[in-house]
Design a protein. Structure first.
Length: 270
């Protein structure tokens, strides 16, 4: 695999003198699952906000399939094929599952949302378009096994189900790159295992490349091809899950281990 699907080069961004990201660089290959880890406040979500267009970096570049995106709007970036979920659920609680997922189809719609019935009835362009989009949403509902909650307002659903619906809405954009910001946050162990299953299915069955932020180290180890660790906005190490997990700085900053008082032979950790 060539690592030029997404390329982040020398990214810097500051807020009021606070350096949120400092010289962050990495590249992703199409089809892989690439994880970004680090303690709270490390700059992970800031990185996602730069890639998705919510923030504009001070310096550095972000290229998606060869196109520079660091100065584009979130809407333009979504149209290129990048979708994301958020650490905090961003659903409309009064709307049902189907309606929330349909919102993810907005970039593909020419007539606007929910305009299926007009003076021309079912033969109208708007009606035919909505039928096509609803068919696509039904496919996503089937994929993620959300049939039983398709007509229920999401505010009445369990937290884990809401996280899955947010994932479904991101998939409705038909992205080639999916940014998942802590998809398992707040979930119990069974829900986390289900989410791992869905993420692998999205990679394998839909062919979607995934950039992941996650605190659960076991999840990261289970599904990632490569991992970037950052701390205080700076890169710590990048490599396979196994090599990153054994890195001394990662173990100290992320796992909370302190270096031993007396170094072992060769200066390596046990």
């Amino acid at each position: 695999m060539t690592s030029d699907f997404l390329t982040v080069s020398n990214l810097f961004i500051s807020f009021g003198g606070i350096k949120a990201l400092q010289d962050i660089s990495f590249s992703m290959a199409q089809g892989e699952i690439f994880s970004v880890i680090g303690p709270n406040g490390a700059g992970k979500t800031t990185l996602f906000n730069c890639i998705s267009g919510l923030y504009r970096p001070d310096t550095g570049s972000i290229r998606f399939e060869g196109t520079a995106v660091e100065k584009k709007t979130p809407h333009a970036i979504a149209r290129l094929g990048i979708a994301r979920t958020f650490q905090n659920i961003e659903l409309f609680s009064h709307m049902n599952t189907m309606e929330n997922i349909m919102l993810g189809r907005h970039i593909h719609m020419k007539t606007g949302l929910f305009r299926g019935i007009s003076m021309w009835g079912r033969r109208s362009f708007a009606a035919r378009e909505e039928i096509r989009h609803r068919e696509r949403v039904e496919q996503i509902i089937d994929l993620l096994e959300l049939q039983n909650v398709r007509d229920i307002p999401v505010g009445a659903l369990p937290y884990g189900t809401q996280k899955l619906i947010e994932l479904a809405r991101a998939l409705a954009l038909e992205p080639r790159l999916l940014l998942l910001d802590e998809p398992c946050a707040g979930m119990n162990q069974e829900e986390k295992q289900d989410m791992i299953f869905w993420i692998k299915d999205i990679q394998d069955d839909l062919g979607i490349t995934i950039l992941l932020i996650e605190h659960d180290m076991k999840l990261v180890m289970d599904i990632s091809n490569r991992v970037l660790a950052i701390n205080f906005g700076q890169p710590v190490t990048l490599g396979t899950p196994e090599s990153v997990q054994q890195n001394k700085e990662v173990r100290k900053a992320y796992i909370g281990e302190e270096e031993p008082d007396v170094p072992s032979a060769g200066g390596q950790e046990h």
